[in-house]
Design a protein around this ligand. Structure first.
Ligand code: FAD
Length: 299
């Protein structure tokens, strides 16, 4: 209730958008339509994910390079340590640098076999902190790292998880982007705990607009995100009503962002799932307005 009305939200925030590399021509069209729709909002960067075990290596690279080449956007490439030697990962990073990409989202990644714990590749990077240090030795990349307001499932406890985040920032991470969550208090508690642990880098909430409740529930179970009972109740009965689901998703997500804004958050990272409408609508509600691309270039 103490969050500002939409009219009072100043539009003074930075937004960024995450995409995944397309597998088919149809998905490619959908991705590029989303990129072109969101581009005028002037995001501080857009990022492209990297599939388990480097399965999307070429597609991630091609997508990032094309964004960098053909749009006004700053592209960030996700990169993981999974099933690759340090030399192989460094070679990918060198290619990005040569293509003009200056921002890497550096991750450990997970085993490509579901249920099997992550294991360091012989000759590979041990974890994300080691990857950050390795990338920094190669080139002066801007580096984002992952953060877990509800604790990473591999962590023994919340403090060990924060110590790990601190190692990633101390190794050269410039900002942390969080796993998705649904309650603003979850983020605020984490932000306070990170500050108390001496982490001064920006912690940017990762915002997941929910449209397919069942698939979000599956993702949440894998990454340890709590799905509140009220959210399940909101989506109950909407399986066959995609339009209504979209409206409910926009309302719930904008409400979360509005409360985060009231708590001082000014940077938001949207998991777009390669669809523009929801992210665009939520940014609009938060006062983010389209700028002409020429304005963008002059800024
Ligand atoms: P790390 O920070 O290295 O570690 C994960 C956990 O393991 C830590 O919380 C820590 O507690 C524990 N740990 C690590 N090293 C040690 C140690 N030396 N001692 C004790 N404990 C340790 N996955 C993909 O495959 N592709 C992507 O593109 C991708 N993008 C993502 C983007 C964001 C914003 C987020 C939040 C996640 C993303 N992921 C992606 C998922 C990510 O790869 C998984 O969550 C993975 O399990 C952990 O990666 P990390 O970089 O957080 O790992």
């Amino acid at each position: 209730l103490d969050a500002p009305l939409y009219a009072d939200v100043a539009g003074d925030m930075e937004v960024s958008f995450e995409f995944f590399p397309p597998k088919t021509e149809k998905m490619d069209e959908q991705l590029w339509s989303a990129i072109r729709t969101l581009e005028p909002l002037g995001p501080s960067f857009v990022s492209v994910t990297y599939g388990a075990g480097g399965s999307t290596r070429e597609r991630t690279h091609a997508t990032v390079a094309r964004i960098q080449r053909e749009t006004s956007l700053a592209a960030a490439a996700h990169l993981t340590c999974v099933e690759a030697t340090r030399e192989e990962i460094d070679a990918v990073a060198d290619e990005y640098w040569a293509a003009g990409v200056r921002h890497i989202v550096a991750l450990r990644g997970d085993s490509p076999t579901p249920g099997v714990p992550y294991a360091q590749h012989p000759g590979g990077y041990e974890n994300a902190a080691a990857l950050v240090a390795g990338l920094k030795r190669l080139h002066p990349f801007e580096i984002s790292v992952a953060a877990y307001p509800e604790c990473h499932p591999d962590s023994s406890d919340a403090m060990a998880d924060l110590d790990n985040l601190k190692r990633k920032i101390d190794a050269g991470g410039t900002r942390a982007i969080t796993q998705f969550f649904f309650e603003p208090e979850t983020f605020f508690r984490y932000r306070d705990a990170a500050a108390a642990a001496g982490i001064t880098a920006d912690i940017v909430p990762g915002i997941m607009p929910v449209t397919n409740f069942a698939s979000v529930q599956r993702m949440a179970a894998m990454c340890g995100t709590a799905v509140p009972a009220w959210l399940a109740r909101l989506f109950d009965g909407l399986d066959d009503l995609p339009g209504a689901r979209q409206l409910v998703a926009a309302t719930v997500t904008a409400e979360l962002c509005r409360k985060l804004y009231a708590g001082g958050v000014r940077q938001f990272h949207f998991y777009t799932l390669n669809r523009a409408e929801l992210a665009y609508a939520i940014c609009h509600l938060l006062g983010v307005r389209a700028r002409s691309i020429s304005q963008e270039a002059a800024a």
